[in-house]
Every structure is written in C-alpha cells, then in structure tokens.
Ligand binder design. Structure first.
Ligand code: CA
Length: 224
C-alpha cells in the first residue's frame, strides 16, 4: 500500500512516515499543497493523508482539484480543531474521511485502514436530461458539450430539476429544496431564477425544455 502524506510540519510528517512504514506501508511525503497535488497527479497512490493548512495551496483546494481532475484516490483530511475550516467542509470538497489534530497514531492507522478497505470513493454519476448534462463531482454543466456557467443558486435549482426529470415540481417543493424551509421571502424568486436558467440552458440553443406548469410549478423535459 502506497500512501502520500501531504504535511508541512516536518516532524509530524516524519513521525507518520516512520509509523506507517513500520506497519508495512510505502510512504512518500509532500511538504506543500502544490507538491502534494503534483505528486498525487503524477503517481498512483492507494491513499492520501492531507493536511489542511499548507503552504502553496491549502488542503481543500488540493482535494477539490484532484476530484475535478477525476482522481478518486481515498483522502483522509487532517483538520486543526480550532482551524478556520470545519469537517463538513472537508467532506464537501470530496474527502473520504477527516481527523482532528491532535490525534493518536493508532487512530490514524485505524481510519486509514478502514478507508483503504472501502477503496476508491464512488464518483457521483453524471446527470443527463436530453443533451443537458451535469457532473456533480466537478459542478460542471454542459448542453450538447457546450459548457454553461451557473451561479451556485442556479446550479442548485437546476440540480433539483435534473434529479426529477419530467416531473412537475410544485413551487413549494422547489423553495424547500433549493432555498430552505425557513425561506420567508417572495416565492416568486423561483420565477426569477427559472428565467435566469432559461437564458443559459435553453435560449442560446433555441430550446424550451424548462416548462411552466401554470398554477403548479415547473418541469424539465429532455430536448428531442
Ligand atoms: Ca499544516
């Protein structure tokens, strides 16, 4: 098992390397985020132990860049307890597990082994409705291969629609999923965003796939 440790604290990195080697792992160390990203891209590792606060490029960015490039190597993120980032964020960027510093080597070893047993994380499937495609792993959207740039809110709205292709989605359901149930603003906000989406996913392609169902809500249908 070949593990990459991306950690700028030299003594901690050396301590982990010694410990893991004693357990039979082959270990490489990168001391900056940029080196870590480069090494994980150039070589195939069975797992990556990734610190968050790193010079060059932080661990979140490294993790995100690997996932965006389609690299699904299992990643265990090391977070500082009172750090600027939290654990939810670590998982959000596509990490498989996280461990708060300080941690004991025994715990790290157990988590690493559990992660290796599970193997490569599942790449979330690409959503498609007709020629419209969404890749939740890289947050990218295309229509017939043409990239479409969306704001985060437009993206969430489209994702909800694409997860229920052809279904009529009541406005209240959309509000609850894309905004949140506490939303107390004007529900017509949906109409505004549906308008934005049509200008991006339909109009430039001469299509009308995001339909209004009068008095009810909206539905997304495949283009012919
Ligand atoms: Ca660090």
């Amino acid at each position: 098992m070949h593990v990459l440790i991306v950690e700028d604290e030299v003594r901690l990195a050396a301590y982990l390397k010694r410990g893991l080697e004693a357990e039979g792992f082959a270990v490489d160390i990168a001391q900056t985020g940029t080196d870590g990203l480069w090494m994980a891209t150039e070589q195939e590792f069975d797992a990556v132990v990734l610190d968050i606060m790193l010079p060059g490029m932080n661990g979140y960015k490294v993790c995100q860049s690997l996932r965006e490039a389609g690299n699904w190597v299992p990643i265990l993120v090391l977070t500082a307890k009172d750090g600027e980032y939290d654990e939810a964020e670590a998982l959000d960027t596509g990490a498989d597990d996280f461990l708060s510093k300080p941690f004991s080597f025994v715990v790290l070893l157990a988590r690493l082994r559990a992660m290796l047993r599970r193997g490569q994380s599942e790449r979330p499937p690409v959503l498609a409705v007709g020629t419209l495609q969404m890749d939740p792993a890289s947050h990218s959207v295309t229509r017939a291969g043409t990239p479409i740039t969306l704001t985060p809110r437009e993206y969430s709205l489209l994702e909800y629609l694409m997860r229920h292709p052809g279904d009529v989605l009541p406005k209240l359901d959309i509000l609850g999923h894309v905004w949140d149930w506490e939303f107390e603003g004007d529900p017509n906000i949906i109409e505004v965003y549906v308008g934005y989406l049509r200008k991006k996913i339909d109009a430039p392609f001469g299509l009308a796939t995001l339909l209004t169902v009068r008095g009810v809500g909206y539905r997304l249908v495949p283009d012919a």
